[in-house]
Write a protein that binds this ligand. Structure first.
Ligand code: ADP
Ligand code: ASP
Ligand code: MG
Length: 588
């Protein structure tokens, strides 16, 4: 049986006319001989409207009742679409998440899919029916054994579609939406954004979690892990859209469809060096000058982290391969001399990284990595986070010990544990796409003790409350009382919870306190060719400097570079970087 899963988003089923047009489109696919499972979202802005309705009754409604309410949106569209199909002579039957056996965790509002019982769908398909499934919802079996309606989180219909494709072993999943596919940026913010013909799941996972809302990140995780062939296409025409590619082909098994191990590898790269420059002026152009200078000197910089202190000065820390340390130091000194910054260097360092899909989207993972390393008595010199990789820089002499501890904590076998892997020649552009996220805030914890376990304790406290963190930056400078500052980026909506999570911990650290940053926007560039292309970061910083935009924070990971800029400059920054990397012209 060649099953095809097609998902239609809210705008695509936003009116009766559009529902009828979707029905025609489905009829045409059926003509081609596919067995069709159709997943639909709620019509237009229904989910927003229902959310607003709930708020008129309660500012903080019970999550269970929210799921009860929001799940009705999709139920309207499945029924109408099935009627439209039957009306044009296509036998179709609508099904809620529960009816098709989408079993989820019990966490209301953000439930992950554990299993899909596919028997009922298969029988219906065998009987010649088109099965129209409500996206974004499932059912949990509560502790009392009673089924409850759950929802998967906003944008979750994509996840329903891809999960169904994985569970059914479908030949492909097609996501139909109101844009021609995945573009180099959000066309609502960058008018000359271009279509990508192809994008890797790793790149898409980064983009989706950094603000490219065209796909739900969890849908991309599932596609990546189970090797689902995934397309994003326009609902309005026949163009092929964007194909997402993935290498891995895990089998859907007993692990829990969305719970399967998120970490699938650990690696240690030795002979790294850290260069830290502190007390640089907080003004546009400094990072650009420094990293452009290094790239002109032929030096490939790996991780870069920058944070601003008291709105006055910046610390920038970066890593290079040890063999480049002397040259990098010389270049940095030449640039920093006139600015009166202070440079320190450290050699004999190693970078330990865990890789997988959706690492930061699962708050417990980074916390358990840091906890494992701190339990081994090892201090984290630098941290770099992303959805597909989290890295820590540690002393080389402790590298082996850390590698063993981390491999064992995440139950990784020898084939998944790599020591000084060869540089993989991943082909791809240095920047495939850029994304803007305006829903994040910056929170700093000032004066935390400078000893192993601090970052782990902070992350664990936040993870316990389900708070997703991003860009964890430890300050370079140590205060006179032997404390440092640690800053995070987190969803604005999670700020209140973060205060609650960190309160008890701060009480244990005399003098430690929280400080919220100014309104920020985060702009990120993503590309799988980034690691092998020296100078990408410098070029991005230059584009921002030329637009007179000051960078408050920099955090890089292997295939992404993110900069935090003032909120008011977000769109300008996005356009400047998009243009600088010629994304407005190049088809990739
Ligand atoms: P649907 O209702 O079909 O799920 P969404 O609104 O969730 O549609 O996603 C499509 C929207 O995603 C587009 O209208 C576009 O504004 C936005 N978007 C953000 N980043 C990108 C990108 N890189 N490529 C394409 N669309 C993007
Ligand atoms: N209707 C839900 C939402 O608006 C799910 C979706 O459309 O993907 O978030
Ligand atoms: Mg969507």
């Amino acid at each position: 049986m060649a099953i095809l899963v097609q998902k239609f988003g809210g705008t695509s089923v936003g009116s009766v006319e559009r529902i009828k047009a979707v029905a025609q489109r489905i009829a045409a696919s059926r003509e081609l001989g596919h067995d069709l499972v159709i997943v639909v979202s709620a019509m237009g802005n229904t989910t927003d409207e229902l959310t607003a309705l709930a708020k008129t009754i309660s500012p903080n409604p019970p999550q269970r009742e929210m799921d009860m309410l929001l799940s009705t949106g999709e139920q309207v569209s499945i029924a109408l679409l099935s009627m439209a199909l039957n009306e044009i002579g296509i036998p179709a039957v609508s099904m809620t998440g529960a009816q098709v056996g989408i079993i989820t965790e019990s966490a209301h509002g953000r439930a992950r899919i554990l299993e899909i019982k596919t028997e009922r769908i298969k029988t219906l398909l065998e009987n010649g029916q088109v099965v129209v499934v409500a996206g974004f919802q499932g059912t949990s079996l509560s502790s009392g054994g009673t089924a409850e309606i759950t929802t998967l989180g906003r944008g979750g219909s994509d996840t329903s579609g891809v999960a169904l494709a994985a569970a059914l072993g479908a030949e492909a999943c097609e996501i139909y939406t109101d844009v021609p596919g995945v573009l180099t940026s959000d066309p609502r913010k960058v008018k000359d954004a271009q279509l990508m013909n192809e994008v890797s799941c790793d790149e898409m996972l980064e983009l989706a979690s950094l603000g490219a809302a065209v796909l739900h990140p969890r849908a991309v995780e599932i596609a990546r892990n189970y090797g689902v062939t995934l397309f994003v296409r326009s609902s309005w025409n026949e163009a092929p859209g964007t194909k997402l590619t993935s290498k891995s082909e895990r089998q859907v098994g007993h692990d829990g469809l969305e719970l399967g191990r998120p970490v699938d590898g650990v690696e240690l790269v030795e002979n790294q060096a850290v260069i830290a420059i502190s007390q640089l002026p907080d003004e546009p152009g400094i990072a650009a000058e420094l990293f452009e200078g290094l790239s002109k000197g032929g030096i490939n910089v790996d991780l870069i982290i920058q944070s601003t202190h008291e709105g006055k000065s910046n610390d920038i820390t970066f890593t290079v391969s040890e063999k480049d340390l002397a040259a990098a130091k010389m270049h940095a000194e030449a640039i920093v001399q006139s600015l009166e910054g202070k440079i320190t260097t450290e050699d004999s360092m190693s970078k330990l990284s865990i890789s997988g899909a959706g690492i930061m989207g699962r708050p417990g993972i980074a916390a358990s990595l840091f906890d494992t390393i701190s339990r081994a008595g090892i201090n984290l010199r630098l941290i770099a986070t992303s959805e597909v990789k989290v890295s820590c820089v540690i002393k080389k002499s402790l590298g082996n010990k850390a590698l063993r501890a981390v491999a064992s904590a995440f139950e990784l076998d020898d084939t998944q544990t790599l020591m000084n892997p060869e540089d993989s020649n991943i082909l791809g552009p240095e920047v495939r796409g850029v994304a803007l996220d305006i829903d994040q805030s910056q929170l700093s914890v000032l004066h935390v003790p400078d000893k192993p376990g601090t970052a782990a304790a902070l992350c664990a406290a936040m993870a316990e409350k389900g708070i997703i963190l991003d860009a964890i930056v430890q300050s370079e400078r140590v205060h006179e009382d032997n404390t440092r500052d640690i800053s995070f980026i987190l969803q604005k909506l999670s700020l209140q919870k973060a205060y609650e999570a960190l309160g008890p911990l701060l009480a244990l650290w005399p003098g430690a306190h929280l400080k919220e940053g100014p309104e920020i926007a985060r702009i990120s560039a993503v590309g799988s060719g980034m690691p092998s292309m020296p100078g990408t970061a410098g070029r991005m910083f230059r584009a921002l400097a030329n637009a007179r935009i000051n960078i408050a924070m920099i955090a890089t990971s292997e295939i992404r570079t993110s900069c935090v800029v003032p909120a008011k400059d977000g769109i300008k920054a996005l356009n400047a970087v998009h243009k600088d990397f010629n994304l407005d012209k190049v088809k990739n």
